[in-house]
Each structure stands twice: as structure tokens, then as C-alpha cells.
Design a protein around this ligand. Structure first.
Ligand SMILES: CC(C)(COP(=O)(O)OP(=O)(O)OC[C@H]1O[C@@H](n2cnc3c(N)ncnc32)[C@H](O)[C@@H]1OP(=O)(O)O)[C@@H](O)C(=O)NCCC(=O)NCCS
Length: 183
């Protein structure tokens, strides 16, 4: 799958190095109940659990890469050549639940919005039975809420005390549920 600036590839173990750069960072992963990975072995276990696999038919995760533009003189840097983000659905029961995470070097360029929009369009084609897709976001995670708003998600409800993150202050968190309907 390609967008103006990005390529989305089904998540694969070959993406481990870039995946580890993202999932080993305590700041990037602060909103995830799973926390950050301390070793590459731990990261390997995590990616293995979410790569698309016949045994997990509800899982659709993609690695996001920057596409070198035809007018670009310089080749992509090593940092830009790795997977810069992950987007997808990690579970679809009872409801398809969207997740996404990007490396900080890629933040603030509209990449998450571009990748999430493309993924959601693709998901509704891939899953004709899905009427909608949801995302649960920490009420204080403003950049993520912005991404969902820009991608056309509507706010549905707030789950007060819906998550607990031991490293946050306060550890008991409110989650906002967003939903995008099939168009
Ligand atoms: C959330 C995340 C994916 C956004 O990635 P990104 O590529 O920077 O997103 P985009 O550039 O497409 O859009 C970010 C938006 O948030 C805004 N934003 C960023 N930081 C902000 C802040 N502190 N306060 C208010 N708005 C902020 C940006 O201005 C932009 O909105 P705009 O286009 O209206 O100006 C990235 O920050 C990330 O990986 N965070 C950690 C993981 C995470 O939170 N995942 C989601 C879990 S639900």
C-alpha cells in the first residue's frame, strides 16, 4: 500500500530493528499499557505476537516506511530507511481496534495522519463486514487525538479510569473512545 510519501508493508520479523527503535523508547511507549521493551529479545516477542498470521485472523498490522521521492537528490538516511511507524488493528473482537505508534524522528510531519487514513480506507476494503473501527486514546494524548480527528474519527465516549499506567501521574487514566464509520 502506498500514499504520497509513505509505503505500508505487512508487518514482518524483518522489521525488527526499526520496531525495536520505537518500542524500546520509554517516552514513545508511555501511553501503551505494555510499556517499553528492555531488550531486543523482548521486542522480538512483541513483534512476533502482532505480525499478521493465519492463527490470528483479526490482526492486520503494517510497518510504515518513507518512500524516497523521485526529485530527492540524497538517498534516505539510515534512520529514514528503517520502519518509522506501525499502524494496524491488533484485535477485532468485539470491535476492530486501531493502534499506531511512530518513531519520534518522524513526528510532526503528518506521517501518522497519512498512514492512519490510508490504513482505515484499506481496512474497510479488506474487511467488508466491518461497520466501523475504533481507537482508545488517553485523554491527555493530544497529538494522538489530533491524528484521529484529522482522519475523520468521531468521539464516542470517555471511559473514566479505563486504563492504569503505573509510570504515569496519576496512574489511573481516562480513555477517550473514537470511532470511524464505513463510508
Ligand atoms: C501520536 C503520534 C502517532 C502522532 O504522530 P505524528 O506523525 O507526529 O502525527 P501527525 O504529524 O500526523 O499529527 C500530529 C498532530 O498533533 C499535533 N500535536 C503534536 N503535539 C502536540 C501537542 N503537544 N499539543 C497539541 N497538539 C499537538 C500536531 O500539531 C498535529 O496536528 P495539526 O496537523 O493539526 O497541527 C506520535 O506522536 C506517536 O507515535 N506517539 C506515541 C504513540 C501513541 O501515542 N500512539 C497512539 C496511541 S492511541
Amino acid at each position: 500500500m502506498e500514499t504520497a510519501r509513505l509505503r505500508l508493508e505487512p508487518l514482518d520479523l524483518a522489521h525488527l530493528e526499526g520496531f525495536h527503535r520505537i518500542w524500546s523508547d520509554p517516552v514513545t511507549t508511555q501511553w501503551s499499557s505494555r510499556g517499553f521493551c528492555k531488550t531486543i529479545e523482548e521486542t522480538k516477542g512483541r513483534i512476533t505476537g502482532i505480525v499478521p498470521d493465519k492463527s490470528r485472523p483479526g490482526v492486520d498490522n503494517y510497518g510504515v516506511f518513507i518512500r524516497p521521492s523521485s526529485s530527492q537528490q540524497e538517498p534516505l538516511s539510515a534512520e529514514e530507511s528503517h520502519v518509522i511507524g506501525i499502524v494496524g488493528v491488533h484485535k477485532d473482537d468485539p470491535v476492530p481496534e486501531l493502534g499506531y505508534i511512530f518513531h519520534p524522528s518522524a513526528w510532526g510531519k503528518g506521517y501518522a495522519t497519512e498512514a492512519v487514513s490510508a490504513f482505515v480506507r484499506h481496512y474497510f476494503i479488506l474487511r467488508p463486514d466491518a461497520a466501523y473501527i475504533e481507537a482508545k486514546v488517553d485523554a491527555k494524548n493530544t497529538p494522538s487525538i489530533r491524528v484521529l480527528q484529522k482522519c475523520g474519527f468521531d468521539e464516542i465516549e470517555t471511559l473514566v479510569g479505563g486504563a492504569e499506567l503505573a509510570w504515569m501521574d496519576p496512574p489511573v487514566r481516562d480513555l477517550v473512545v473514537f470511532r470511524a464509520m464505513r463510508k
